[in-house]
Design a protein around this ligand. Structure first.
Ligand SMILES: [Zn+2]
Length: 214
């Protein structure tokens, strides 16, 4: 995808994030990698319904300098750090989806309990310690808990979901929200049963490699 197409895809993901109920209002943020130095990210506090492709902000992931007059999302340092740390990741979506937020409020790590969850997330869904939005601490805690995973829950806040494409990051958001819902509901039945570590590793590898095969 070229820069123009990525801008459009980020806008479309914003609309979809609202229409599927993953966020309300102007919360949440979406970014996509452009190259080894730049990302495109939603601007701070703008309505997804009126967002235009040219409003998406081009940011240098190393020094966080940006082009244009619109300020990039408050969580720009976190998105940039993810692209620096994770070369295979090309899209990051942060939502405030309800069940993931319940888990965030309770500081409960979701163990590996569902096949789709472990395929796309890579194992348990960890909770990063609380830090104020936009701070260095938030970046540090989130990056630490993202090791070997494609999603993390920010304590008392919401999920951050990664993908090799915007589409994949969007699916990560949906699977995170479903896993949170199932984890909560399973408490009524005596609690979810954890998958074995070797099965988790196999499923994640299968997911990552299946697209590369003929
Ligand atoms: Zn947020």
């Amino acid at each position: 995808m070229d820069v123009k197409e990525i801008r459009k895809a980020v806008c479309e993901a914003g609309l979809r994030m609202c229409s599927t109920g993953l966020v309300a209002g102007t919360w949440g943020n979406i970014s996509a990698r452009v190259d080894q130095t730049h990302m495109l990210i939603t601007p701070s506090g703008m309505d997804y319904k009126t967002l235009k492709p040219e409003d998406i902000v081009l940011v240098n992931i190393h020094d966080l300098k940006y082009e244009g007059t619109l300020k990039p999302s408050l969580e720009t340092p976190l998105h940039a750090a993810i692209y620096r740390e994770r070369p295979g990741i090309n899209a990051v979506i942060h939502t405030h989806s309800t069940n993931a937020c319940t888990v965030a409020a309770a500081h409960k790590e979701i163990p590996p309990i569902l096949d789709d969850m472990v395929q796309i997330i890579g194992g348990s869904l960890r909770v990063a310690s609380y830090a104020l939005p936009g701070t260095d601490e938030l970046v540090e805690y989130a990056i630490e808990k993202l090791e070997g995973r494609n999603a993390v829950i920010l304590a008392n806040h919401g999920p951050v979901c990664l993908g090799r494409s915007i589409e994949e990051a969007f699916v990560t958001c949906q699977v995170v929200e479903k896993a949170a819902r199932v984890f909560i509901d399973a408490q009524l039945l005596g609690g979810a049963v954890r998958l074995k570590d070797e099965d988790v590793a196999f499923m994640h590898k299968f997911f990552l490699e299946k697209y590369g095969q003929k």
